[in-house]
Design a protein around this ligand. Sequence first.
Ligand code: ADP
Ligand code: ASP
Ligand code: MG
Length: 465
Amino acid sequence: MKFGGTSVGTGTNIRHVADLVTSYAKKDVKVTVVVSALAGVTNSLIETACQAKKSDAQSIEGFTKGLLQKHQEAIAAAIKSKAIQKEVTEITEKTISELEKVLTGICYVGELTPKSKDYVLSFGERLSAPIVWGAIKDSKVETACFTGKEVGIVTDNNFGEANPLMNFTTHLIRERLSPMLEKGVIPVVTGFIAANQDGIVTTVGRGGSDYTATILGVALKADEVWIWTDVDGIMTTDPKIVPAAKMIPQLSYQEAAEMAIFGAKAMHPRALGPVNKENIPVRIRNTAHPENNGTLITKEPQAEAKEAVKAVAMIKDVAMLNVYGAAMVGAPGSYAKVFDVLGKNGINVMMISAAASEANISMIIKRGLLGRAVSNLEIALSEKGGIISEITTEDDVAVIAVMGANMKGTLGVASKIFQIVAKKGINIRMIAQGSSELNISFVVKEKDGVAVVKAIHEEFNLDKA
Ligand code: ADP
Ligand code: ASP
Ligand code: MG
């Protein structure tokens, strides 16, 4: 069971989580718990680390004070026993004092590397897990607390988006947790954070606690992995955009992964890889409504869905990069050169579209990486004799992704989508359809994104699904 940031956002919520976990344990269900940082903490850690890098020492003390208070309040509300409160408070104080030293170090050096950033980010989960552990212990159930590193999640050195070395990791997790689970002890594990082979802290990407949960699920051969969150399951669109969005009871791994990649925050995009391979079902459930079954993700969705379109998502914070060059026409390897420059500079291309004339490639990348992408392409490929003659950008766009496994082979879906958009008088800037035909994605101005999502949701009757 993995609990997201809002599920452990306050002490009262943590108490509820502990009650939920122990209610299953009392029914003889063996549970391993994975926890995220308290809602908002990971973001505030990034912000403060970026401030510290600018040698702004003043912000550090205020930040750590506030962080301590937030966690102390959670401890007081989540745990009744004074002795356990004291124990968890001591861990919290020690952890925050370590964080203060790390931030001060960054401030002095004036540098925030991917490695030191992961170290800073790890503190969110290092602070939340002991409180959940304390609250479970408070219910007189045996429990033990681990960081991702202690439990044996070993990754490569790709700081910020590290990948687990699954064979080694599986072996370590089984060795460490199986005997404990057999004895009825509930392990509480920090989500999101792991360590490389040298024991240096890594993180598996934003929203990565989901990934931690599926890694543990596979290693322990779990019957199911449950992702507890603040919505009823995976919905037809973000309920924050369309309140009438409906919960989707069943999805295949492929469909759910597609939705996760395209912005359904309900799930980390890479989290489904390990469970898909081992065929372990995943359930997305609402912490506030445990009576609901949530969305079940399996190899083949059991109920045969007829509708072609199942969901629509909007991805914000992206930018469009257009590369032109007559020299690219008919020149083998020219695309490779463009993607090689972007790849070597750590820029992930989220969407591509190229004209048959080959004189232009349009790409979607994270908005924050746009400057770096343009300057690196210019340096590498625009200088005299280079294949690129012009680069243009648009940084006020959003991707709209329309998804559903039955879109494959269904005629007229694309034309209906584009008619809906045209009827709204909105211009489409770029289009891509993967050969899997599981989704059609297109780009509009960001200010039009919400209207497009609402119109597609309504015209495809997704609220009546
Ligand atoms: P957690 O903190 O539990 O990991 P997240 O914030 O990562 O939760 O993800 C849950 C949020 O994802 C929801 O509150 C919802 O606003 C957003 N979301 C976006 N698209 C979808 C979707 N299609 N289905 C469900 N939730 C979605
Ligand atoms: N705390 C991490 C984040 O905010 C991981 C997670 O919540 O899943 O990205
Ligand atoms: Mg999440």
